[in-house]
Design a binder for this molecule. Structure first.
Ligand code: GLA
Length: 350
């Protein structure tokens, strides 16, 4: 769980933005909710010095000092590069300098690397393995995030090249259509994810303004059922109360962070109405009733389709209320583009 500069700031990211984001992560309660990584995306890179060492550009006067600041808040700092000669935004990439760059990141105090693919050529496995091995040789634990847009079924080999997470999709944008096309297409990839190696359907757009709150609850609820990395992408220093509530609801976050680390999947589909389920470590089940249609509609989960045979108690997680005990099914009216997110405890476990 963390934050990344790209979705909101793109190339307007700077030392000041990162510091104020770290401040806001603490003061808003995001840190207490579990968010930890503050990740700089593209556009921090400057030129290499005479020895080939990468330097930050004028927007980042002192990366080591910035890392120290972020660490002083009890947070971690992430950075971005590409195995090609240039990054996606045309800045200096790591091609031919992998070892040196890994050493530089470790010296600065970096804790997370998002490694893109723009301008790279050749064998992806080799390129990612090369940087992973260089990171390991630094002796510093650095999360390794692969970003090659889900090409070549990366979920099948991402863990074997040292990836802790890998993008399964092309870029998200702040629209319901784009978010939902990416998110709902994750079904079937659940067997490739697990603790330490996760499918990444891209960063969150919650709070960036292009979706309604019901749509952002769908985005957040679906990502949590998917056990997806939760990398907020909004301006944390200027969040509305509604955005903060969506990003920090503890019972919703608990689904994502559940110890069993199982990615959820779709259990039924009727036109635009979908039911998804994520098994949880305590044998309860998280269920999402998703309405992808454009009218409010009733959706029900039949307990037999999620492995509950003796009735269950149902809690509505966005409403934060217990809705009662039911014998064989639970249904609700779900707003258009919205979700009713539930946690069900089987009666036989009580
Ligand atoms: C690619 C990635 C994005 C972002 C940009 C930066 O498009 O997929 O997430 O990192 O590059 O240029």
């Amino acid at each position: 769980m963390g934050w990344n500069s790209w979705n909101h700031f793109a190339c307007k990211v700077s030392d000041a933005v990162v510091r104020s984001t770290a401040d806001a992560m603490v003061s808003s309660g995001m840190k207490d909710a579990g968010y930890q990584y503050v990740n700089i995306d593209d556009c921090w890179e400057g030129q290499r010095d005479a020895q080939g060492n990468i330097q930050s550009n004028g927007r980042f006067p002192d990366m080591a000092a910035l890392a120290a600041y972020v660490h002083s808040k009890g947070l971690k700092l992430g950075i971005y590069s590409s195995p090609g000669p240039k990054t996606c935004a045309g800045y200096e990439g790591s091609f031919g300098h992998e070892e040196q760059d890994a050493q530089t990141y470790a010296r600065w105090g970096i804790d997370y690397l998002k490694y893109d693919w723009c301008s790279a050529t050749g064998d992806e496995h080799a390129a990612y393995t090369k940087m992973h091995d260089a990171l390991v040789r630094t002796g510093r634990p650095i999360v390794f995030s692969l970003c090659q847009y889900g090409w070549q079924s990366v979920w099948r080999w991402g863990a074997s090249v040292g990836g802790n997470l890998w993008r399964t999709t092309d870029d998200i944008s702040d629209s319901y259509d784009r978010m939902s096309v990416l998110g709902f297409a994750q079904n079937g990839l659940e067997r490739f994810a697990g603790p330490g190696h996760w499918n990444d359907p891209d960063m969150l757009e919650v709070g960036n303004g292009g979706m309604k709150d019901d749509e952002y609850r769908t985005h957040m609820g679906l990502w949590c059922l998917l056990a997806a990395p939760l990398i907020a992408g909004n301006d944390l220093a200027a969040m509305t109360p509604a955005t903060k509530e969506i990003l920090t609801n503890p019972e919703v976050l608990a689904l994502d962070q559940d110890a069993a680390g199982i990615q959820g999947h779709r259990v039924s589909e009727e036109g635009p109405l979908e039911v998804w389920m994520k098994p949880l470590a305590d044998d309860s089940k998280a269920v999402g009733l998703f309405n992808r249609g454009t009218y409010d509609a009733p959706i029900a989960v039949r307990f037999s389709e999620i492995g509950i045979d003796k009735g269950a108690t149902v809690r509505d997680l966005w409403a934060r209320r217990d809705v009662g005990r039911f014998d064989s099914a639970y249904g609700a009216i779900v707003p258009k583009h919205g979700v009713v997110l539930l946690r069900l405890r089987s009666a036989s476990n009580q």
